[in-house]
Design a protein around this ligand. Structure first.
Ligand SMILES: Nc1ncnc2c1ncn2[C@@H]1O[C@H](COP(=O)(O)OP(=O)(O)OP(=O)(O)O)[C@@H](O)[C@H]1O
Ligand SMILES: [Mg+2]
Length: 360
């Protein structure tokens, strides 16, 4: 893809929404492809997973066998698709790409499986969203490299066994808990991706800056990485917005000061909170005295859908220890008041919550 195609994808994307959602939006995937590491050695952070995968692949190479099936689990934007591509590249094998929602019938899967060649890497993204019958067919294929294709219906139906050449399944999921046990058990290795440390994110921002030919000044990368929610996808996105600001409002160099001004403009604060996150905390503290308040009420008060509040804002606020989910509703922690520069009511214990957090 050339420069102008990338730019077109980029502007289509900018027209989209929030800067801090971890999901890829619109044409962002096109922009991202240019920034993906291509080999294990190029991957930054995730040391443990990287070492585990390196071992698995090297052992397979030495035995001249296909590597065991791999499950990649973790929140959006941390590198699951990237690692799937790397597994294929490291094995010099073709990557076949599909996704759970695309496999609605067992027949869809049978068609994909029967088209595989020995050693192919089959990547099934969002594997938790596959249909039940397809899932059952997949168990068998993973274990015995064989499936039964059912021809016909009713009493006359016959099962025709179909051999499948040895392949490696790489499944990705943001919701490992939703995978049925039998499917999870058939993966020889599960990689759990964690949020990135700021130092790793900073290195990712440096690498992306090189690739995008963005000049970094002192601590520009640090400022961006600290506001990126531990997520490479967000770090790369913030970098692109800061680059715009540097080019239009300054001399193109991304310094700490420029990064700050740009991200303030886009309403991403020092901790990576965006407008919605702060809105939720603000309403919770100012209007509801810190809670507890039901999530639906909270959503109405900030003018958002309940799902958006629950799935986009809350997980990050909970992770930062600013909000707690309790059986009686959402509660702001003492840190939340401090984050907003407000004094917590006297009833708030030093670090204690008034209510036990629940773990739903
Ligand atoms: N370890 C890493 N080093 C450098 N860049 C990374 C790393 N991990 C991810 N990235 C960058 O983050 C972007 C998003 O990664 P990727 O698409 O692999 O995430 P994902 O986990 O598959 O997300 P989703 O759940 O939304 O599918 C990639 O374009 C890549 O540039
Ligand atoms: Mg992905």
């Amino acid at each position: 893809m050339d420069e102008s195609q990338l730019d077109a994808a980029e502007s289509a994307y900018v027209a989209g929404r929030s800067l801090t959602t971890a999901e890829a939006e619109g044409d962002e995937r096109v922009v991202e492809a240019a920034l993906r590491p291509r080999t294990l050695a190029e991957v930054i952070g995730q040391e443990r997973v990287r070492e585990q995968l390196a071992l698995l692949l090297e052992a397979a190479r030495r035995r001249e066998r296909v590597p065991d099936h791999v499950l990649l689990s973790g929140p959006p934007g941390l590198g699951k698709t990237t690692l799937a591509m790397i597994i294929a590249a490291e094995m010099s094998s073709p990557l076949r790409l599909t996704s759970g929602p695309a496999i609605t019938h067992a027949g869809d899967l049978a068609a994909i499986l029967s088209g595989l060649n020995e050693g192919d890497v089959l990547f099934v993204d969002e594997i938790h969203r596959m249909s039940r019958p397809a899932e059952e067919m997949l168990y068998m294929a993973m274990e015995d490299f064989r499936v039964d294709v059912i021809i016909g219906k009713g009493p006359g139906a016959t099962a025709i066994p179909l051999e499948i050449p040895p392949f490696t399944l790489v499944g990705a999921t943001t919701r490992a808990g939703l995978l049925p046990g039998p499917l999870r058990d058939r993966f020889g290795f599960t990689a759990h991706l964690e949020f990135y440390e700021p130092a790793d994110l900073e290195q990712i921002v440096r690498r992306s800056s090189d690739l995008l030919e963005v000049e970094l000044g002192s601590d520009g990368a640090g400022e961006i990485s600290r506001r990126s929610r531990g997520t490479p996808r967000i770090a790369n996105r913030l970098l692109r917005r800061v680059r715009d600001y540097a080019q239009v409002r300054a001399d193109g160099v991304v310094t700490r000061d420029i990064a700050r001004r740009a991200l303030d403009l886009f309403e991403v604060d020092e901790s990576g909170l965006d407008r919605l996150d702060r809105g939720v905390l603000d309403v919770l503290c100012r209007r509801f005295g810190g809670g507890p308040v039901g999530v639906s009420t909270l959503a109405v008060a900030v003018g958002e859908e309940r799902e958006t509040v629950e799935e986009v804002a809350e997980p990050f606020l909970v992770r930062l220890g600013l909000l707690a989910r309790t059986p009686r509703g959402r509660v702001a922690t003492r840190a939340a008041w401090e984050h907003l520069g407000l004094a917590a009511p006297a009833a708030y214990g030093p670090d204690t919550l008034l209510f036990e957090p629940d773990h739903d």
